[in-house]
Design a protein around this ligand. Structure first.
Ligand code: FAD
Length: 445
C-alpha cells in the first residue's frame, strides 16, 4: 500500500499500486478479485484514476510502428505525449491534438478524450484514433475503431478507463516544417471583447485566452487571446531557428521543491500575479515566433507547480456552456466567481467547435477552467456554480473533477444511463473497472 493522488493532491489515498510490462502480467492482475482502475500519469486533477487497486500503465510504453509516408503511429498506452514529441518533432511531425501539458499518457488522452487549442478545427484526441486494443474484465483483448466494434470504441473514448485497459492505439501525426509557432497575442479589455476576439479567430488553427478572473466591473473578463499556426520555414526570422528549424530551444526548467504553505496563495498574491500577467501584453496585437513548448506547455516549464497549493490540495473547476448561452451565461458565472473573492490563479477560456460523441466533455460553446485551493467556501461556491452551469445546458469536465455529485452528472451528461449499461454489457456482466469518481457520480456501484 502507498499514498497516491492525482494532480490536484485532493484526495490523497492509500492504495494497492502496481504496474505491468506485458499483457500476460496484466491478465494475471485482472484475474485477482476486486475492482481496478488504470492510472496513466496522474495528470487528471481529482479521483478519476484512483481506487483501492491501481494499475500503473507507464511501464507499458513502447513505440510499435510508424509509417513515414502517412504519419501513422502505433504505440502502447503508457507512452507520454512528451516522448512522442521528443522523437517525432525532429522528424517533422506533431500531435494532432494536445492538451496544455505534454506529461500525459496516450491512455489518459483517449480515456478523457482530451481537447486542445485547436478543438474548433480538429476536434478532440479521440477523433484521430484509427484503432486501438483494449483489455476487458476477463483478459480478452478487443480491437476497436469507429467501424470495428464501434460500440466498444465509443464507450472507451471519453470513458474514463471504465470499459477496460487501453493497451495501444494507432493515430496519425501531422506534418510540420518547424518546431515553432507563429503566435499573435491580443489584449482584450473585457468579456465582450474577448468573445468577439474568439469569433474573429475561427480561421486560426489554435486559439486560447488567459482570463483574469479577479478583474471586476467594466474590466470583468479582461484577458489575453493567443492564437497560432505552425510556422513554416519561411516564417522563421532568427538565424538560430533557421539553422535547425525542427530542434526547439529548450526553456529553463524551474522546480518547486516543497509544498507551499497555504497562506502564500491569498487573494492579494493572486491579484498581483494576474495583474503582472495581463500587463505583460500591451494593448493591441503582437506577433511572435515562439517554440512549441512555450506556446502549448508554459506550465510544464515549472516542475511540480501543483505543490504551490500546499497540502490541502486544489481542484480545477472546468465547465462548458453552449454557445447560445455563451455571453449571458459566462457573464453571470464569472460575476459570481469574481464576487466570491476565491479567485483563480489560472483561468483559461476557449471556444469549442461542434462535437457529437457519447461521453466526451466538449460541446460547441465556451469553456472556462479555474484553479481553486480546496476550502469549505470553495466547495459551497462550486455547488452554486453547478446549478448555473446545468441551467445553461452545460457540464463539467470529468478529468478535472473531484467533487461533482451523481445528480449533477445525471442531469448534464445525457448518455449517463446508456454508458452505465454499456460498460457492464460490453464486459459481459459486471464491470471490474471503477474509480472513486465513477462511484461518487454513480456510474459504477
Ligand atoms: C497542467 C495541465 C493542463 C491540462 N490541460 C488540458 C487541456 O488543455 N485539455 C484537456 O483535455 N485536458 C487537460 N488536462 C487534463 C489531462 O489532459 C487529462 O486529465 C488526461 O486524462 C491525463 O492523462 P494521464 O495520462 O495523466 O492519466 P490519469 O490522470 O492517470 O488518468 C485519467 C483517466 O484516464 C484513464 N486511463 C489512463 N490510462 C488508461 C489506460 N491505459 N486505459 C484505460 N484508461 C486509462 C484513467 O483511469 C482515468 O480515468 C490538463 C492537465 C494538467 C495537469
Amino acid at each position: 500500500m502507498r499514498k497516491i493522488a492525482d494532480w490536484g493532491n485532493y484526495p490523497v489515498i492509500e492504495a494497492d499500486v502496481s504496474g505491468f510490462d506485458t499483457t500476460a502480467q496484466l491478465q494475471q492482475k485482472l484475474e485477482q478479485p476486486g475492482d481496478v482502475i488504470a492510472f496513466g500519469n496522474g495528470r487528471s486533477y481529482g479521483d478519476a484514476s484512483l481506487q483501492n487497486k491501481i494499475l500503473l500503465t507507464r511501464r507499458f510504453n513502447k513505440f510499435l510502428s510508424f509509417n513515414p509516408s502517412t504519419g501513422e503511429l502505433c504505440c502502447q498506452a503508457g507512452v507520454l505525449l512528451s516522448e512522442i514529441l521528443e522523437v517525432f518533432v525532429p522528424k517533422g511531425w506533431f500531435l494532432p491534438v494536445t492538451p496544455g501539458t505534454k506529461l500525459i499518457t496516450i491512455g489518459g488522452a483517449i480515456a478523457a478524450d482530451v481537447h486542445g487549442k485547436n478543438h474548433h478545427v480538429d476536434g478532440s484526441f479521440g477523433q484521430h484514433i484509427r484503432s486501438m486494443d483494449v483489455m476487458r474484465n476477463d483478459g480478452t483483448v478487443i480491437t476497436c475503431s469507429p467501424s470495428e466494434h464501434a460500440e466498444f470504441f465509443q464507450v472507451t473514448v471519453g470513458g474514463m478507463g471504465l470499459s477496460g485497459i487501453i493497451l495501444n492505439a494507432t493515430f496519425r501525426l501531422k506534418k510540420i516544417e518547424t518546431a515553432y509557432i507563429r503566435e499573435e497575442s491580443v489584449r482584450a479589455e473585457n468579456l465582450d471583447e474577448i468573445m468577439d476576439g474568439f469569433e474573429a479567430s475561427n480561421d486560426w488553427t489554435y486559439s486560447v485566452a488567459w482570463i483574469d478572473c479577479l478583474a471586476k466591473g467594466d474590466a470583468m473578463g479582461r484577458s489575453i487571446l493567443m492564437r497560432g499556426e505552425h510556422a513554416t520555414a519561411s516564417d522563421l526570422v532568427e538565424q538560430a531557428h533557421k539553422d535547425s528549424p525542427l530542434i526547439p530551444k529548450n526553456g529553463l526548467q524551474l522546480g518547486i521543491p516543497i509544498n507551499f504553505p497555504n497562506f502564500v496563495l491569498n487573494p492579494l498574491s493572486m491579484k498581483a500575479f494576474n495583474f503582472a500577467y495581463y500587463n505583460k501584453t500591451r494593448p493591441g496585437t503582437h506577433k511572435h515566433i515562439v517554440d512549441y513548448n512555450s506556446f502549448f506547455y508554459p506550465l510544464d516549464a515549472i516542475n511540480d507547480w501543483n505543490r504551490i497549493y500546499g497540502k490541502r490540495g486544489f481542484t480545477q473547476y472546468q465547465f462548458v456552456i453552449p454557445k447560445e448561452a455563451g455571453r449571458e451565461g459566462m457573464r453571470k458565472i464569472l460575476k459570481r466567481i469574481t464576487e466570491s473573492g476565491l479567485g483563480s490563479f489560472l483561468a483559461v477560456l476557449k471556444l469549442f467547435g461542434e462535437q457529437d460523441s457519447f461521453m466526451s466533455f466538449p460541446i460547441a460553446g465556451y469553456t472556462l477552467a479555474l484553479d481553486f485551493p480546496i476550502s469549505v467556501k470553495a466547495m459551497a461556491l462550486f455547488k452554486e456554480l453547478d446549478a448555473m452551469v446545468a441551467d445553461y445546458g452545460g457540464r463539467l469536465y470529468l478529468a478535472k473533477d473531484s467533487r461533482m455529485d451523481a445528480a449533477m452528472f445525471e442531469r448534464t451528461y445525457p448518455n449517463a444511463d446508456d454508458f452505465r449499461q454499456a460498460i457492464a454489457m460490453l464486459n459481459e456482466g459486471e464491470t471490474k473497472f471503477s474509480s472513486l469518481q465513477s462511484k461518487r457520480i454513480g456510474i459504477t456501484s
